[in-house]
Design a protein around this ligand. Structure first.
Ligand SMILES: Cc1cc2nc3c(=O)[nH]c(=O)nc-3n(C[C@H](O)[C@H](O)[C@H](O)COP(=O)(O)OP(=O)(O)OC[C@H]3O[C@@H](n4cnc5c(N)ncnc54)[C@H](O)[C@@H]3O)c2cc1C
Length: 392
């Protein structure tokens, strides 16, 4: 890709690299990795990005976006992912990539003024209240109820898998405001302050051993009706628009490129059968296959991003990105687990570099299983592709 960059784009790439060198210190990375300092340190990083004007590259300039070309966004994402500054599970996605675009597209002027600046400054963190204990793939069957009483909605029900709800200041929720018609028709999109009485966040510990997930209960939670986005009962339209934005960036090409580079380094270091893995033809074949798949995905992502930059709403293409992106990310983690080999079962209490590497690989592998589930499962993406692209 390098050869296609203009001199101005190369200057921009150097600017991003200089920023990373200056601000992405080992000390900050370690504080973000430590759960006791995570929120404070992650907020610090996001504030630094915002000071530079880089917090929400995809937003329109009038709301604080960058107005970058697709190539600049590509450079930015690649450099940030290569250095490990931005990752697929960043808490900022809920504000910047999900609710932000819904607010500036469908919200009123007061809502834009009230919420967008605090997403940019990270003074308010968001989480997503879509899934429920009985509603995942069939999201429109959701039952969390909101009844209008005077100038408040009264919300009752439960959301599940609410990532980072324990850190969030606000939650955007899909709620049922009418049950009489088609199930998609009586859904509304509400913004709810997490400090409102009646909200209870119950932790769910994942198979990776970490606490990122929660169940969030709502018991007679009173929400001012000004917090409704757009029209009552029309929330399904806004919800779907948010999901296409969510899926647009879920291909995680830059992060997979970083994983591939790490894998190549590991293959030099780890030995099997008297030679480094990098010299094993079978291993080389696996790496080459995945590199080719990743390159093809990268070009697809660039095509979709160009179309989006030209004003075309991403449609079923974002499902292709989600599907292939998660398959490739998981395949890379599979190979890394093979490289970790027998270190994988050992605890890293002794801080041995090999054990830590294997432990991290195991944790990433465990969490990584979820990439074909969150943002809509891969089976559902296949249904969308079959319907919208192949016409079945
Ligand atoms: C790590 C993680 C983080 C998450 N974070 C959030 C969050 O922050 N906020 C939020 O709202 N949600 C979140 N989710 C929830 C996620 O969106 C749902 O898990 C997902 O939509 C699937 O729903 P489900 O788990 O109820 O599975 P189900 O819908 O019960 O599906 C079970 C299985 O059946 C298959 N299936 C279902 N219907 C069909 C069909 N029509 N055709 C073919 N196969 C089908 C599915 O593909 C799946 O394999 C998260 C999930 C995970 C794993």
């Amino acid at each position: 890709m390098d050869t296609t960059f203009t001199p101005e784009e190369r200057v921009f790439r150097d600017e991003v690299r200089t920023w990373i060198k200056r601000y992405w210190t080992e000390e900050l990375a370690n504080r973000i990795a430590d759960k006791s300092t995570f929120k404070e340190a992650q907020t610090e990083l996001q504030k630094l990005l915002n000071d530079q004007g880089w917090m929400a590259p995809g937003w329109p300039e009038e709301y604080g976006g960058t107005g970058w070309s697709v190539t600049r966004r590509y450079i930015y994402n690649t450099e940030m992912a290569r250095a490990g500054v931005l990752g697929p599970a960043d808490p900022m996605v809920f504000g910047v990539s999900m609710v932000g675009p819904v607010i500036y597209t469908y919200g009123n002027e007061e809502q834009k003024k009230r919420f967008l600046p605090k997403i940019l400054t990270s003074d308010e963190w968001w989480c997503q209240g879509y899934s429920e204990p009985g509603s995942g793939s069939d999201l429109a069957s959701l039952k969390t109820k909101a009844e209008l009483e005077g100038d408040h909605y009264v919300v009752n029900g439960a959301k599940i898998w609410t990532t980072y709800a324990h850190y969030a200041d606000w939650i955007f929720c899909l709620v049922r405001t009418d049950s009489s018609g088609r199930k998609q028709e009586g859904i509304s999109f509400l913004l709810i302050d997490m400090k409102t009485p009646g909200i209870k966040v119950n932790p769910i510990i994942g198979i990776d051993g970490r606490h990122t997930l929660n169940e969030t209960e709502f018991n007679n939670v009173r929400v001012p009706k000004e917090n409704l986005i757009g029209e009552q009962d029309k929330g399904w339209t806004y919800a779907k628009s948010l999901l296409t934005h969510e899926r647009l960036y879920v291909a995680n090409v830059s992060q997979s490129k970083r994983s591939l580079a790490e894998l190549k380094k590991l293959a030099e270091r780890e030995w099997a059968g008297g030679q480094p893995l990098a010299a094993d033809p079978y291993f080389q074949q696996r790496i080459s296959d995945i590199e080719i798949d990743l390159m093809a995905l990268e070009f697809t992502e660039l095509r979709v991003l160009s179309a989006a930059a030209a004003g075309k709403e991403p449609g079923a293409e974002s499902s292709v990105l989600k599907l292939r992106g998660s398959e490739i990310a998981k395949a890379l983690q599979d190979i890394k687990m093979d490289v970790a080999g027998y270190y994988a079962g050992i605890d890293d209490a002794d801080n041995n570099a090999n054990h830590s590497f294997a432990n991290k690989t195991r944790i990433d592998f465990m969490y990584g299983r979820a990439s074909s589930v969150y943002g809509g499962t891969n089976e559902i993406q296949k249904n969308i592709i079959a319907k919208a692209v192949l016409g079945f």
